[in-house]
Design a protein around this ligand. Structure first.
Ligand SMILES: Cc1cc2nc3c(=O)[nH]c(=O)nc-3n(C[C@H](O)[C@H](O)[C@H](O)COP(=O)(O)O)c2cc1C
Length: 445
């Protein structure tokens, strides 16, 4: 490992903040999710802090039942479609990468390939696609199904999906567009490669109308936590979002993903693993803890039950808050977020928490919330980064946007002083800034 290795930082938006009750905090703008100017400010702050990229999550479905409970949730009800949003945000930034989610279960490869190829051109090579298989039945119901297809089948489809998308991105070679007025040739036909794909899930005989972008192909993000998900990430991803809970677990995940890459013939340096790190920053650790506790106290009991029942895939609607969750009522196996489900059911069996205790532990979905000073945040990041646990971090804040400003004004300069983070962007494209190779067109020998 070289000594000038630099940390990579992504910003996870979640408008008012990552905490489920952040929209209730007087520090946030409750209406932020529908306010473009709010997003523009956020990405400009991220770029001032030299973040590698801004990242927008998504799911193609929202709850339609149990609305008394869902009506209290600030994450679900309105959201800009990621590619539309990212295209607009590219006009207000010059170097920041712009990544967004699109599902492989509820799209066709052609649509995704075309949309991200356009995003990558519009942004001058700053686009990224977060490949997800989608884990909720509400999405299934928008697409003619009652339930999600089984977990492993979703991943099987995802492999083929990504293969087809990548091939479509290579429709034209880099120098296919010659615009030769003398010979009256717009493109060189020898450098055009229509796809002939006949697979288990997709038959695609065609091409997309899109030249390659300055970074060749958009960056591929992935966040699978299950066995199938980790293999998929190791086989296909440029950037992987981890959800490690402590240093030892983060090191184990880092080693696991980088080792899995070898079986797919990939160089471990070609993938950047970024564990999630969600924060509450304050002048003292005690104050940060208090701020976090104040947020926890804002959570409505209905929301506690709803959050847990979604990941446990069981009904907790009338369940008392201060009694342990009965083990004999737990479903046998997950069909949605396998890693979340396994973690929670194991905890219920071993530690027998009450519903309220389990919620307080899980309100950030198992990713520890860091509460502390800017210096302590930089210490923690340095420790993970220098002990083979992380190539950088997916940063989120429990409340936004002041916490992002504070991070950019305090933690970033500290990391720069320590020589761990860039002071200027290295390049123009997201791949250049992440230190990833530009992919060769697969039709070239
Ligand atoms: C930082 C991060 C961002 C994620 N963004 C999304 C998203 O936008 N949409 C989605 O459906 N899932 C998202 N996920 C969930 C993952 O895609 C994946 O389903 C989850 O980690 C469980 O892994 P598994 O599917 O292998 O069981 C995200 C996960 C992480 C850690």
């Amino acid at each position: 490992m070289t000594t000038n290795r630099k940390m990579r930082l992504g910003l996870l938006s979640r408008n008012t903040g990552a905490h489920i009750a952040s929209w209730l905090s007087p520090e946030t703008q409750a209406s932020a999710a529908g306010d473009l100017s709010y997003y523009i400010k956020m990405v400009q702050t991220a770029e001032r802090g030299k973040f590698d990229f801004f990242f927008e999550t998504d799911s193609p479905g929202i709850a339609t039942d149990n609305m008394v409970t869902w009506s209290r949730n600030g994450f679900r009800h309105t959201k800009f479609e990621p590619l539309t949003l990212l295209s607009v945000l590219s006009a207000s930034t010059t170097h920041l990468g712009l990544g967004g989610t699109m599902s492989t279960t509820f799209n066709e490869p052609y649509n995704v390939a075309r949309a991200f190829a356009s995003l990558d051109l519009i942004t001058g090579g700053r686009g990224g696609w977060n490949v997800v298989t989608t884990a909720n039945d509400y999405a299934a119901r928008n697409f003619g199904l009652d339930k999600l297809p089984p977990h492993d089948e979703r991943y099987e489809r995802a492999y083929e999906f990504v293969e087809v998308v990548r091939k479509l991105w290579d429709t034209y070679e880099d120098d296919a567009f010659i615009w030769n007025r003398e010979t009256s040739q717009y493109i060189d036909p020898d450098k055009f490669h229509p796809l002939e794909h006949d697979g288990k899930f997709f038959k695609v005989h065609g091409a997309i109308a899109s030249m390659r972008s300055p970074q060749g192909q958009p960056v591929i993000f992935q966040a699978g936590a299950s066995n199938a998900g980790r293999d998929f990430a190791a086989a296909t991803a440029d950037v992987v979002f981890g959800s490690a809970r402590d240093l030892t677990k983060a090191q184990a995940l880092y080693k696991d993903i980088k080792t899995r890459m070898l079986k797919f013939g990939r160089d471990p340096d070609d993938l950047k693993l970024l564990p999630g790190l969600s924060m509450v920053l304050a002048d003292s650790a005690e104050e940060a803890e208090q701020r976090y506790q104040a947020l926890q106290d804002l959570v409505h009991p209905d929301v506690m039950r709803q959050t847990l029942q979604e990941d446990l895939e069981m009904n907790l609607r009338d369940f008392p808050l201060d009694e342990p969750i009965p083990e004999d009522k737990l479903p046998e196996k997950a069909n949605q977020h396998e890693a979340y489900f396994n973690y929670l059911t194991n905890l219920i069996r071993t530690e027998k928490p009450t519903l309220r205790q389990l919620f307080h532990h899980w309100s950030n979905r198992g990713r520890n919330v860091f509460c502390g000073t800017p210096k302590q945040a930089a210490d923690l990041m340095e420790q993970f980064f220098t002990s083979e646990a992380a190539d950088g971090f997916m940063i989120s804040f429990q409340t936004m946007p002041q916490q992002l400003d504070l991070f950019v004004d305090t933690v970033i300069p500290d990391l720069q002083r320590r020589g761990l983070f860039r002071t200027e962007y290295e390049g123009k494209t997201l791949r250049e800034n992440l230190g990833l190779k530009r992919p060769k067109n697969s039709y070239l020998k």
